[in-house]
Design a protein around this ligand. Structure first.
Ligand code: ATP
Ligand code: MG
Length: 378
């Protein structure tokens, strides 16, 4: 069995970056067991041995504990959480999304082991490892030091706990999470090295009635290679599209109505150069909009798209792009409305997901406590 874990924060509504960089990939992985266009942290492609049959166990989590690292309105957090879960189930290529029969969907705060392991790992992780994290620097700068909670600083440790609890082998993420995944691997190595070896460790395992637990699994990142890996802001092609950007016009939300999508594309930043091109470093907006255009038309090749758009002016291209996005999101939005409306079903899925997650997570948490030498209650 190979375990896959990933999640999105319910901070406001999910956008094209979350969908193309994360959820769409999860669905593909769930359905095919493969993830063709992805690389690991060393930039290597995944080569699967076709002769070995692997059973994947997928866990997709709504990471609400991460969401509160920046201020959240308590009257909106639950709705955002349920909306995110419903979107996981609704969002695929318009036909299938995360299928709760094939994958577990759960809410992070429903499984207490996440908070608990995060505390243990907080005490194992050196401060200066966290001081290097780019996301912290970015988000702290935006929030202003007065209002930055300690949680924002230790965010990557909670993320490491999320991954370790499930002994996840593969973690599909967007490019922006590369550094956090590296950190999670470092924490795993450090923990294994300091606590999970030698005779005293084996004795503690025996006393706790556990087999000598295998050391924590080092997770592999799966970073999407195609244009979806890094969807950029509509108002600045050098900045990633983010939920936490206060300007809603900087992103396309998966649930934006067609009118809003058209309006946002109409207003999005472009440049004064003729034609539309891919990968010209001086034209980040052009590359980003083409990446989006291509990602919402999965059947079409790059050459085909380039042929269509290369002589267009922005005024010609923008409406075409807007319609392509609208057409791609429409079936997802329709399905979302159905799933969200059936609250009993949705809560049932989350309960089942949390139960399954809790079973695995509690086991790992206990192993971590035994490794660290805690007293284990009867
Ligand atoms: P926030 O601004 O609150 O951090 P976010 O938009 O960065 O929100 P996250 O919940 O932090 O979203 O990330 C969830 C997943 O979506 C991660 O796998 C992340 O790599 C991916 N992701 C986020 N933004 C983008 C983007 N612009 N392009 C591609 N993938 C993205
Ligand atoms: Mg983020």
């Amino acid at each position: 069995t190979r375990r896959i874990l990933s999640g999105v924060q319910p901070t406001g509504s999910l956008h094209l970056g979350n969908y193309l960089g994360a959820i769409k990939q999860w669905v593909e992985f769930q359905d095919t067991g493969k993830f063709a266009e992805a690389e690991n942290l060393d930039g290597e492609e995944f080569k699967e041995d076709p002769n070995v049959e692997i059973v994947n166990e997928n866990f997709f989590c709504v990471v609400d504990l991460h969401a509160i690292t920046v201020p959240q309105d308590p009257s909106e957090l639950e709705e955002s959480t349920l909306a995110s879960a419903a979107l996981y189930i609704a969002a695929g290529n318009g036909q299938t999304g995360i299928d709760p029969k094939k994958s577990k969907v759960f809410v992070q705060s429903h499984v207490p082991a996440h908070s608990e392991l995060a505390w243990l790992l907080n005490c194992v992780t050196p401060m200066n490892w966290l001081e290097r994290m780019i996301q912290f620097k970015d988000k702290a700068k935006k929030a202003g030091t007065e209002s930055v909670g300690v949680g924002l600083f230790t965010y990557p440790v909670l993320m490491a706990a999320d991954i370790i609890l499930y002994q996840a082998d593969r973690v599909p993420v967007g490019e922006d999470q590369r550094q956090h995944l590296e950190l999670a691997r470092d924490i795993v190595r450090r923990f294994n090295n300091e606590y999970c070896k030698g005779n005293p460790y084996k004795k503690r395992c025996k006393k706790a009635g556990m087999p000598t637990y295998p050391v924590f699994t080092e997770p592999e990142a799966m970073i999407v290679k195609a244009g979806g890996a890094r969807v950029m802001s509509l108002t600045d092609g050098t900045n990633k599209m983010s939920k936490s950007d206060p300007a809603d016009g900087s992103r396309i939300n998966v649930l934006d109505p067609p009118k809003v999508i058209r309006e946002k594309i109409k207003r999005c930043k472009t440049d004064a150069l003729p034609g539309i091109e891919w990968d010209n470093p001086d034209r980040p907006e052009s590359t980003n909009l083409l990446n989006i255009y291509s990602a919402v038309q999965p059947g079409r090749s790059r050459e085909d798209i380039l042929e269509e758009v290369k002589d267009m002016r922005w005024g010609d291209f923008k409406p075409v792009l807007a319609e392509a996005i609208v057409a791609h999101l429409e079936p997802i939005q329709k399905r979302y409305a159905e799933v969200r409306a059936d609250e009993d079903y949705l809560r049932g899925v989350l309960k089942e997901g949390a139960d399954a997650a809790d079973e695995i997570a509690s086991r790992t948490l206990k192993a971590a406590k035994v490794a660290m030498g805690f007293s284990i209650p009867k």
